[in-house]
Design a protein around this ligand. Structure first.
Ligand code: FAD
Ligand code: NAD
Length: 402
């Protein structure tokens, strides 16, 4: 009899962790992992690539460098559709593959909320390609000022003030003064505006802690607009609503960071989803599909304490990967699955290379240099989790002092 086929879609935090853990368990199954690139990237550091403080090579590594290729097969291809009736997955170039068990971990995409002009006129930060495009655009536009003397070349609008926006603002406000010297533009003429729909900034943190982070960015020159939902993005213009009136902010660099959704493949494959996410059962399987697990940013896991889904993070994606590997091993041994359990270790947001704010180990607050040092430790730990010691030594962030 042929061995059961386990297929994992996506080699992000959730998918790669599942594959690595399954390999360690020596399960009697054929394991295949499919990813559109031959590399894994640390999505948690995309803002650094987008701002130009780190190259893409610093936050990515080859999947096969960390995968036990004697136990698992890697396929570089793009998943187009999952056919649950035939138990197959359609790939863009290599046809269809059959599965007995499927782990869907296709991650996140930019969310436009149907706002006109977003795709055409702004730059999202959702993968290596979009982050590199944002960096190239910013560098070109800032450099162009010397020739154009157009102040819009020095104007940047960041849409939304979630963690991605705050971390991106932290990086660009670190880098721009350095660029001003090499590209010869006046740093004091750079205008950075962040436009947020909600009335409060960083509501997930206690007020004083959030305010500390916002004050750091304000001191570095960022202007925040709050309670001002964006309605349209025109070429070089963000249209937002303020006190019932439509207003415009002009800039030659417009960064779109108003949130993410799960992969479009989930909807295209007919799953019962909302914004590309499926509410999964307690063991992370999809209701009605006992051989399909859905994890990471394509899943919504209910937090019974709050009655709402947990925020989609790398932290939970990694934990889910471990849980699914355990449950697959149980299913292969004809044992019942166990429920996924999660306790957040906390949240830390960086504000550039030497500052951060967060709440860790329960309600313990960290800020400033300590916030930054803890953030770097967390990132190194997750790099070790999804990569290996060699990758950590090559890519890790060991400069805790600058
Ligand atoms: P992803 O990391 O998105 O991985 C999905 C993988 O699937 C990728 O390799 C992708 O190339 C591949 N893929 C996608 N579509 C296809 C397809 N059709 N075919 C084949 N392959 C495909 N979370 C934290 O916990 N801490 C943080 O500090 C943090 N910082 C963040 C900073 C930024 C700037 C951003 C954007 C997010 C941050 N997050 C953080 C959230 C975190 O990055 C995500 O929750 C996490 O990446 C989800 O992991 P995942 O494995 O589900 O998806
Ligand atoms: P988010 O959804 O957390 O934040 C998006 C922000 O944009 C929100 O404040 C929202 O109110 C605002 N917004 C939405 N529509 C808008 C509009 N029309 N006009 C103006 N503002 C608008 O998204 P994110 O920051 O990309 O984060 C995505 C996920 O990744 C979250 O789960 C987050 O927790 C996680 N993440 C975590 C970290 C960290 O832990 N350090 C860093 C980045 C992202």
């Amino acid at each position: 009899m042929s061995r059961p086929k386990i297929v994992i879609l996506g080699a992000g935090y959730a998918g790669l962790k599942t594959a690595k853990e399954l390999c360690k368990k020596h399960v009697d199954a054929e394991i295949t992992i499919v990813n559109k690139n031959d590399y894994h990237y640390e999505s948690t550091q995309l803002h650094e690539v987008a701002a130009g403080t780190e190259p893409a090579s610093k936050i990515s590594f080859n999947v096969v460098d960390v995968l036990d290729t004697k136990k698992a097969t890697f396929i570089k291809d793009t998943v187009v559709k999952i056919n649950t009736d035939k138990q197959t997955v359609d790939l863009k170039d290599k046809g269809s593959i059959f599965y007995d068990y499927l782990v869907v971990a296709l991650g996140f995409e930019s969310e436009t909320f149907g706002i006109p002009g977003v795709n055409e006129n702004s730059l999202p930060l959702v993968n290596i390609k979009t982050a590199e495009a944002a960096r190239a655009h910013l560098d070109k536009t800032l450099a162009n000022y010397q020739k154009s003397k157009d102040e819009l070349d020095l104007s940047i609008v960041v849409c939304g003030a979630g963690f991605t926006s705050i971390e991106y603002l932290g990086e660009i406000t670190n880098r721009i003064p350095k660029l001003a010297k090499t590209m010869n533009f006046p740093a004091d003429k750079v205008k950075i505006t962040c436009i947020e729909a909600m009335p409060t900034l960083l509501p997930m943190f206690p007020e004083k802690l959030g305010q500390f982070g916002i004050d750091v960015l304000k001191k570095r020159g960022v202007e925040f607009k709050v309670g001002t939902p964006i309605k349209e993005i025109k070429p070089n213009t963000v249209v937002y609503e303020e006190k019932g009136e439509l207003k415009e902010a002009d800039a030659h660099t417009i960064i779109w960071t108003t949130g993410v959704r799960g992969s479009h493949v989930i909807g295209d494959s007919g799953f019962d989803e909302r914004r590309g996410r499926v509410v999964v059962e307690k063991d992370l399987r999809v209701e009605g599909y006992p051989n399909i697990f859905m994890i990471g940013d394509v899943s919504a896991v209910m937090d019974e304490a709050s009655g709402r889904p947990y925020p989609t993070t790398a932290q939970i994606a990694l934990k889910q990967g471990g849980s699914v590997a355990d449950n697959l091993a149980r299913l292969l041994n004809n044992q019942p699955t166990e429920p996924f359990t999660f306790e957040s270790q906390g949240t830390v947001a960086s504000i550039g290379n030497n500052c951060g704010i967060g709440q860790v180990f329960g309600k313990h607050q960290v800020k400033g240099y300590m916030g930054s040092a803890i953030k770097k430790s967390i990132i190194n730990k997750s790099l070790l989790d999804v990569g290996n010691t060699k990758v950590l030594l090559k890519k890790g962030r060991f400069d805790y002092y600058h």
